[in-house]
Write a protein that binds this ligand. Sequence first.
Ligand code: NAD
Ligand code: MG
Length: 395
Amino acid sequence: MKGICILGATGSIGVSTLDVIARHTDQYKVIALTANNNVQGLFEQCLAHQPEYAVLVDDNKAQELKNCLNASAFPDITVLSGADALTYVATLPQVHSVMAAIVGAAGLLPTLAAAKASKTVLLANKEALVMSGDIFMQAVADSGAHLLPIDSEHNAIFQCMPAGYQTGMVTKQARRILLTASGGPFRQTPLEELAHVTPAQAVAHPNWDMGKKISVDSATMMNKGLEMIEACLLFNMSPEQIQVVIHPQSVIHSMVDYVDGTVLAQMGTPDMRIPIAYSLAWPERFESGAQALDIFKVARMDFEAPDLERFPCLRLAYEAIHAGGIMPTVLNAANEIAVQAFLDGDLRFTDIATVIAHCMQTMTSQPADSLETILTADNQTRDLAKQFIQNGLVQ
Ligand code: NAD
Ligand code: MG
């Protein structure tokens, strides 16, 4: 029986993870569930999965949850609050695996702590890896933790890697990764209309049902930019070895191109329970609840190169990884602020890239040699981005 802690349990990935775990209660026991401030969502999950710990970052909301649990059949569930409690539950001795499914930089510290504590880290929270880069990968290597990708593309690549492959290793047999992307809801929208698209249009993804932030990232293709950086780190490859491929049907979840000319692809219905189940069962497999792929219904698959004029965020991600040092941290932080401003109705869709480019030009490049440097760069970039947006994009 393996103990699991789910960071970000009430989100899209968290809910799918609990759905898979409920099918395998003989193999997994839920130790801890965490959320930001969703009392009702976490309360219902506590009733269904009876964890030892429930964490809400917000103190008042945690007290509300405690009151609800005291009046329920499960008053013994320990309720904790505050960001430090995330790290506490992610490193408990009875926790074997940690699902890192918090959105954004807020997930970095507990996820890094889990890696340092040699937990099996199931990584959905790509922002945490992109912002901390080599520091995160080094922590995994030093502790001997297993790091399994949940992002469907990286999970697909991992599945297509040679037997025995572990994230972070170099493999000379694989020469290239073909990183697939749906192209999001605006793949064919006339360019002049993009400035006027609304948050509701941007979060309506054609193939996947996801949280708001990643849905906007998919619409700008910053998601693919973050994933390109994520792939370089997880699979020890250069950006030149990662080819982004627009594949609107989202049936192939990515491919590995080998030196002998073999290309291995992983396919399946677009359902996050597939990569989640693969990582939970690894190195075995078990049932995920996803529908079998109906290959006749798929009928055809298309592939095209991405248009960097339509998707400047993808270009900025390549610039950030080439610049190295703190630039991926700057890219990520600026994007988080810009996306939130767009969702709040304070920024046009096309100005998300404007904000990121401004932050990348203004922040001074330096090596990302410590966690402190990274956290400082993250904070400074957030302030810079907010100021730029408040000033109406005038410096
Ligand atoms: P979501 O918005 O649906 O859920 C986010 C979760 O994080 C919630 O439980 C929320 O309570 C928690 N959270 C938010 N802010 C927090 C904070 N400041 N402190 C602590 N907890 C906080 O997001 P999601 O779509 O489930 O995505 C989660 C992560 O997984 C993201 O990094 C995303 O890029 C990645 N991912 C998601 C999908 C998908 O299909 N949804 C696919 C691939 C990767
Ligand atoms: Mg993905």
